[in-house]
Design a protein around this ligand. Structure first.
Ligand code: CA
Length: 231
């Protein structure tokens, strides 16, 4: 199997060098771009499994690219994105997460920490592979390879977390999934996320499902227990 391919967008040569060294030593394959322009081309030419994105780049903000990835205009919207935010730039971190970045590290960081984040993100990416086949998902249709779900034939525009939540609920159809189970399945056991994170993403996911199927709320909330998609 080919090693996971990572696209690194970073204009500081010393930081880029240390990241490339650490990732390659861990058996990952890395493509490095210094400019957003080149990164956009690279995303199209050879889609990576993970994008590591600096914020301050010579030709613009990495956050713009992050937004475009999530909108599906620069790459598959489910592509995991790790933001490298400058020290003290709290706003980058907050904005990055709001724009749909999956994780961030603040400079200066240890390459060990970065590698741990990368590994955990790559592990989680493989998670929805156990999602069920079309037969038992009712009005939903899951394409796990493309990380896409349709409801009543209409493709949903989901973030990676929303996709993970929906895939998990569908693969346990008819069973209540606790917030903790959902956190572990979608964010990973080592995540800092909380029950509130699950609730927030369920809320946006539910709104997207209701937009397609207003007559039926597919996600049932069981107070104090969790969430369920009924069989
Ligand atoms: Ca920079």
């Amino acid at each position: 199997m080919a090693p996971p391919h990572i696209l690194l967008v970073e204009d500081d040569p010393a930081i880029a060098r240390s990241i490339i060294y650490a990732l390659e030593r861990a058996g990952l394959s890395v493509t490095h771009c210094l400019l957003l322009k080149d990164a956009r081309q690279q995303l199209q030419a050879s889609p990576p499994q993970l994008l590591i994105l600096d914020v301050g780049l010579p030709d613009g903000s990495g956050l713009d690219l992050c937004r475009d990835v999530r909108a599906g205009t620069a790459a598959a919207s489910s592509l995991p994105v790790l933001i490298l935010s400058a020290h003290g730039e709290e706003i980058d971190r907050v904005l990055g997460l709001e724009l749909g970045a999956d994780d961030y590290v603040t400079k200066p960081f240890s390459t060990r920490e970065l590698l741990a984040r990368v590994r955990s993100m790559l592990r989680r990416t493989r998670m929805p592979a156990s999602a069920p086949t079309r037969a038992d998902t009712g009005p939903f249709e899951i394409d796990t390879a493309g990380q896409r779900v349709s409801l009543h034939g209409q493709v949903l525009s989901l973030t990676r977390r929303e996709f993970g939540l929906l895939a998990d609920l569908l693969s346990h159809r008819g069973r209540i999934r606790s917030r903790n189970e959902l956190l572990n399945a979608v964010w990973g056991a080592d995540s800092d996320s909380t029950d509130r994170t699950v609730d927030t993403h369920i809320k946006t996911l539910r709104a997207k499902l209701l937009a397609v199927s207003p007559e039926h709320d597919h996600i049932v909330t069981h107070r104090g227990m969790g969430y369920c998609i009924e069989a």
